[in-house]
Design a protein around this ligand. Structure first.
Ligand code: HH2
Length: 288
């Protein structure tokens, strides 16, 4: 139901489908393709307009995964979702060109590359040739070491300059500007203070003119503020996503799709005075 509804409301929830044994919050839960496909369809039912399918964890210290293993994890899930008639847009969370290429051939239309096209020299060509969308994310260093004492003079202007440069690179290599999304990379080489600063001044990144993606879901900085364990961080996730929406972010990458979708629907209605009713059977636009 929510695909069109969320688009009408001006936001898209990107549901996380981690086909990994070691992701930081849901590792091992959806390693079986059938479980991952069912999870993806359920996330769509409760409000995901995009499903982000990943086969390699980016948590600090995660071991690298070969292209073969990554393909073996994500392809059956993408193919299964397509066969099941999924309505959500499919995104592949990878920084390997071979994985992206196969995923795009199988029905994905978006590449979520946490290296912002720096990880694999072939990646930009694959994205451009397929006319795929791409999410360019900021990360300081690499996942293995990124949380070891990250430093910036001004985190927001440095992340902004980085995203601007990566966008210019992608466009110069043939990726259409209209297909680019930008993400500050919450938790990727950032302290708690850096994450809060990026969220507080998000409008500066929105000023780059492309949809901003936000990924705060269940991340450790929420645990540090609230003292809550991994699977008890929905409230913190909602607070950051609603405030990011208010500051102009439009794509929200989360595990807990239903609650975040509903919070954003109410936030969007409150900001605009226009509401979109979303039920499994109807979708009605109204103004009050
Ligand atoms: N965060 C994670 C992974 N991919 N992609 C984007 N664009 N933005 C993010 O903030 C982001 C991302 C980390 O979360 P998760 O996928 O749940 O964990 P893991 O990397 O351990 O699989």
């Amino acid at each position: 139901m929510s695909h069109a509804a969320a688009a009408g409301a001006g936001f898209a929830v990107m549901g996380i489908v981690n086909v990994t044994p070691d992701s930081f919050s849901d590792g091992g839960l959806y390693l079986d393709p059938a479980a991952a496909i069912a999870h993806g369809l359920e996330l769509e039912r409760v409000g995901a307009a995009i499903l982000d399918i990943g086969g390699e964890s980016t948590r600090p210290g995660a071991p690298p995964v070969s292209a073969g293993d990554e393909l073996h994890r994500v392809l059956p899930v993408i193919e299964g979702l397509v066969s099941a008639g999924v309505g959500a847009r499919l995104s592949v969370d990878t920084s390997k060109a071979t994985v992206a290429e196969a995923a795009l051939r199988s029905g994905a239309t978006l590449v979520n590359d946490v290296t912002a096209l720096r990880g694999d020299p072939q990646m930009v060509g694959i994205v451009a040739d397929a006319r795929a969308g791409c999410c360019l994310m900021h990360m300081l260093g690499e996942p293995r070491t990124m949380q070891r004492d990250p430093r910036y003079d001004d985190v927001v202007s440095e992340v902004k300059a980085f995203l601007e440069a990566r966008m210019a690179f992608a466009i110069a290599q043939g990726v259409s500007e209209q297909r680019i999304m930008l993400d500050p990379g919450i938790g990727f080489g950032k302290t708690l203070q850096h994450n809060l600063e990026l969220l507080r001044r998000l409008d500066e990144l929105v000023g780059l003119g492309r949809p901003v993606v936000i990924g705060t879901s269940r991340k450790s900085f929420l645990g540090r503020i609230t003292g809550r364990a991994l699977d008890d961080r929905i409230a913190g996730t909602i607070a950051t996503n609603v405030l990011a929406y208010e500051r102009g972010a439009r794509v929200f990458r989360v595990h807990d799709v239903g609650p975040v979708h509903d919070a954003l629907a109410v936030a969007a209605a409150t900001v605009s005075g226009t509401w979109v009713r979303t039920t499994p059977t109807s979708s009605t636009m109204s103004t009050t």
